[in-house]
Design a protein around this ligand. Structure first.
Ligand code: NAP
Length: 547
């Protein structure tokens, strides 16, 4: 009865180090780790101890006897990663790299690090830093709610992926961790000010912009970006008012990465099923009156180059009706005759079994379409369709581009305009002593939530090395001065107690029927945060001094 890794694998590698027989690969130190679509358990080497189950932050691992029917394809997928052989391998083990201890005694006090952002890269960096004593981490987040794309990016029907927030909650309860939510670095505080209060500033701000498709008609009502749609259905306060017209039968999505699949799935899912998730109320209401019958996911290249991952394709075909038209079925067959790569073949084999688009539409469906490069959006005052470079056209009331995220320049740091990242060496920002980056702003917008664990660890190891080598200047101010500075600039700062109050109120709004009912209005969030019980000011000051 071996264990099996399934769709929500976040690739953070915790399971690798928990496994006593080293049967989970690729591991973070192996070459394939950076590009793998998931991790795989070797069924011949697994001793069925379940240590990986406890280590996995997203509940992606189960014994093979406990899989749901939809998860059964993952049995073969895990096994196929390993060559066939006779007998068990001798057990080995893999130890997680350990952060060097910061030499706080010789530096006369704790290592003080500011982390900007509170998404996965930020929280994994905080987790890594706080494995050592004598480290204080202050996290600064623009919104009153933490966890970045886990809250505002992961699709609401992927609740098991969102379970990683339990790990982040545990990190935030560490005595060395302080949250400054609703505080925007660059507006309320500058980079130079943060450096005056810390040894180092680590930016984990993600890639907040979209890559823009520069074709005629973009910007007309009815044209949106997929990332805006994702933020809208996830209740991000800045996108709650997005004018999303679902009053037409067809939506076209440009690009076929995992974000495109997320949007297509949500737009075609049964609203009653979505009502059991934490989807934003405004989105659920709009989806209940949606007229959309077909979402076409249009890729500019052929099936072999589909950008979505195999686990997501398996999940999509289990949850939704997905079809191909006859020409695309032929393309899949042609690719199967030439493609050797195992994972790509797996994808093609699933595509080959999809139904035909000529069948009548009985419920909202997704059509995966290939060799369609967009030329222009059609329509005068609003979108009425899209024309591709081969002259083909599709009627559509909504066109969403889903061609990737893009990083945004950070004030006072260098920026690579082409790659959309802050230039860095293993996380050390070039020519900027004391500045570090982790996550998408460091390596570009690729990978999964857990990919940020090893990415953040690399940065943190560099940071501690610099601290121990005396390359970081000491903060100019005492720790308590930071709290005063932040409150003078942003009196509505939300602390950990405030977030816990928002969290509890959202869970209560879920009424036991859904994981939570999200607030989307910042004023409402702040009002709830203000109800949090907290010690009087003088006790807070004392706690800060003692910290
Ligand atoms: P992505 O995987 O990079 O896909 C981008 C898509 O846009 C590709 O199909 C690409 O086609 C297409 N594209 C790029 N430029 C184009 C152009 N000018 N015209 C037409 N098409 C164009 O990006 P993503 O979907 O935004 O995902 C970002 C990352 O987040 C990925 O690593 C993804 O796996 C991850 N993610 C994971 C999950 C999950 O695990 N559930 C969910 C969401 C996101 P070409 O290949 O032809 O360039």
């Amino acid at each position: 009865m071996p264990h099996v890794i399934t769709q929500s694998c976040c690739s953070d590698g915790s399971c690798v180090y928990a496994c006593p027989v080293n049967c989970i690969h690729p591991s973070p130190d192996e070459p394939g780790f950076a590009t793998t679509e998931m991790l795989f358990i070797d069924p011949d080497a697994c001793v069925d101890c379940g240590a990986c189950v406890s280590a996995c932050p997203v509940g992606a691992i189960s014994p093979d006897t406990k899989l749901t029917e939809n998860q059964l394809p993952f049995v073969e997928l895990n096994a196929a990663f390993y060559p066939k052989r006779e007998g068990k391998l001798p057990p080995t083990s893999k130890l997680a790299p350990v952060l060097p201890a910061p030499m706080i005694e010789s530096r006369g006090g704790p290592l003080r690090v500011a982390i900007v952002g509170s998404g996965p890269a930020a929280m994994y960096a905080a987790d890594e830093l706080l494995t050592q004593r004598g480290v204080w981490v202050n996290v600064f987040e623009k919104l009153p709610t933490p966890y970045g794309l886990v809250r505002a990016g992961v699709a609401p029907d992927h609740q098991s992926t969102k379970r990683v927030t339990r790990l982040f909650d545990r990190v935030s309860e560490h005595a060395g961790f302080t949250a400054f939510l609703n505080v925007e670095v660059g507006k309320h505080l500058s980079h130079a000010e943060l450096l005056e209060h810390h040894h180092a500033v680590l930016y984990a701000v993600g890639a907040p912009n979209d890559r823009r498709l520069d074709i005629e008609g973009m910007g007309l009502p009815g044209s949106v970006t997929a990332t805006e749609v994702v933020a809208w259905f996830n209740g991000h306060p800045d996108f709650a008012d997005l004018a999303l017209d679902l009053g037409h039968e067809r939506v076209v999505i440009i690009g076929n990465g995992n974000v495109a699949l997320d949007v297509a799935r949500i737009l075609t899912s049964d609203p009653d099923a979505l009502a059991r998730t934490d989807i934003a109320d405004h989105a659920l209401a709009a989806l209940r009156s949606s007229k959309v019958r077909e979402v076409v996911v249009a890729a500019r290249r052929g099936p072999e180059f589909s950008a979505f991952t195999l686990p997501e394709l398996i999940g999509l075909t289990a949850a939704c009706e997905v079809v191909l038209d006859a020409a695309d079925h032929q393309r899949v067959t042609a690719d199967l005759a030439t493609v050797a790569d195992r994972l790509t073949r797996n994808k093609l084999e699933i595509l080959a079994k999809l139904g035909d688009a000529s069948a009548p539409i009985t419920r909202p469906r997704i059509r995966l379409a290939y060799q369609l490069t967009p030329r222009r959006l059609l329509g005068e005052d609003r979108i009425s369709g899209i024309e591709f470079t081969d002259g083909a056209t599709l009627d559509a009331g909504l066109v969403a581009t889903s061609i990737g995220y893009r990083g945004k320049a950070i004030a006072d740091l260098p920026f690579d305009e082409v790659a959309g990242v802050v230039p860095n060496d293993g996380g050390r920002v070039r020519d900027s002593a004391g500045a570090y980056v982790a996550g998408w702003i460091k390596r570009g917008p690729t990978g999964f939530i857990g990919t940020n664990k090893s990415c953040a660890a690399e940065t943190v190891h560099r940071l501690v090395e610099d601290y121990n080598q005396g390359r970081l200047g000491d903060p100019a101010h005492k720790p308590a001065a930071l709290d005063r500075l932040v409150r003078s600039r942003q009196p509505a700062v939300v602390d950990a107690a405030g977030w816990r109050a928002i969290d509890a109120a959202e869970i209560a709004r879920g009424g036991g029927q859904r994981p939570r009912g999200k607030f989307v209005d910042i004023a409402e969030m702040l009002a709830v945060a203000a109800t949090a019980p907290r010690p009087p000011a003088h006790k807070r000051l004392l706690a800060g001094l003692r910290r």
